[in-house]
Write a protein that binds this ligand. Structure first.
Ligand code: FAD
Length: 266
């Protein structure tokens, strides 16, 4: 199918983009890898498309004050190729490698993946494990949300009409931490059926985020505590997936989590 008719604007600054998004039935366009199929299938029919691709102030990927700052328009491929990210935040490098294929990552943006909030997407889960902060901007100002506050359901976030994700801030690496991202997909490049992002600094810090346990990324808080209290990888994995209602996903998540923990604690 073809999309319903829409008006198209391509602003060059963030204030201009926010002005266009304010008050109309408008939708931001980033990499287009999810929005364009939605337009073609007429699952979305905005009156106005605001193309963010010329808003260069959204495209950064840099370290400031020890934290990684990912502009919403930074491409998934840029994240994948970054030596700085691989050295400091290898969980992101591992997670983004599972996103689609090279062609998708070349256009697809980190911000688009977060804003689209597909329950099977890898980056929201890795960012949840990393305690990322999400900076949102509208004409009224800026607010910052945690992953738990931002992700509200399948394809649903706390982003309000007229509001853009501006930047994702990932805190400085935890000293001594090791990380693993594992997933099960039908074929490589497919959206995952289940997955896990783990970050462990023995005796100091544990973060386990699950993909496929619910419609949003889930932090396995009780399992993280048990890990720090010295429970085995198997015990922690069973605890992490214990509340997943679907038997198949629960078994998958238990196995993936145990393998991820064995890897980071080896
Ligand atoms: C064949 C195929 C396979 C794929 N496989 C995977 C996969 O395995 N794993 C995975 O995670 N993803 C996968 N994707 C999706 C891909 O990662 C997309 O790039 C991503 O979901 C959306 O990013 P985008 O930049 O293309 O955003 P767009 O498609 O341009 O936008 C998506 C949504 O986010 C909104 N949006 C975008 N940027 C912002 C912003 N800064 N602020 C507020 N709202 C914004 C848009 O309005 C739209 O609603 C796949 C896509 C395709 C086509």
């Amino acid at each position: 199918m073809k999309p319903a008719p829409f008006r198209y604007e391509a602003p060059r600054s963030l204030p201009d983009a926010l002005a266009l998004l304010d008050g109309e039935d408008a939708r931001a366009l980033a990499g287009g890898q999810s929005l364009v199929p939605m337009l073609n299938f007429r699952l979305a029919w905005p009156e106005l498309i605001v193309d963010l691709n010329r808003v260069s102030e959204l495209a950064h990927l840099q370290v400031r004050d020890g934290a990684l700052r990912i502009g919403a328009l930074a491409r998934q491929a840029t994240l994948h190729r970054s030596d700085v990210v691989a050295a400091g935040w290898p969980l992101l490098t591992a997670a983004v490698a599972h996103v689609g294929h090279a062609a998708i990552r070349t256009r697809g943006t980190v911000g688009g993946s977060v804003a689209h909030a597909d329950p099977a997407a890898e980056l929201p889960v890795a960012l949840t494990a990393l305690d990322a902060r999400f900076h949102l901007r509208s004409r009224d100002g800026e607010r910052t949300l945690s992953a738990a506050e931002l992700f509200q359901g399948a394809l649903t976030t706390a982003l309000a009409p007229g509001e853009l994700l501006r930047e994702i801030e990932v805190p400085a690496p935890v000293p001594g931490a090791r990380t693993a991202f594992l997933e099960q997909a039908r074929t490589h490049g497919d959206f995952a059926v289940a997955g896990v992002a783990a970050l462990v600094a023995p005796g100091a810090h544990a973060a386990i985020a699950l993909l496929g346990a619910a419609a949003v990324p889930v932090r396995a808080v009780a399992a993280e505590r048990a890990l720090l209290d010295g429970a085995s990888a198997g015990e922690v994995a069973r605890l992490a997936a214990a509340d997943v209602p679907d038997h198949y996903r629960r078994a998958l998540l238990t196995t993936l989590t145990e393998r991820a923990l064995e890897r980071v604690m080896a």
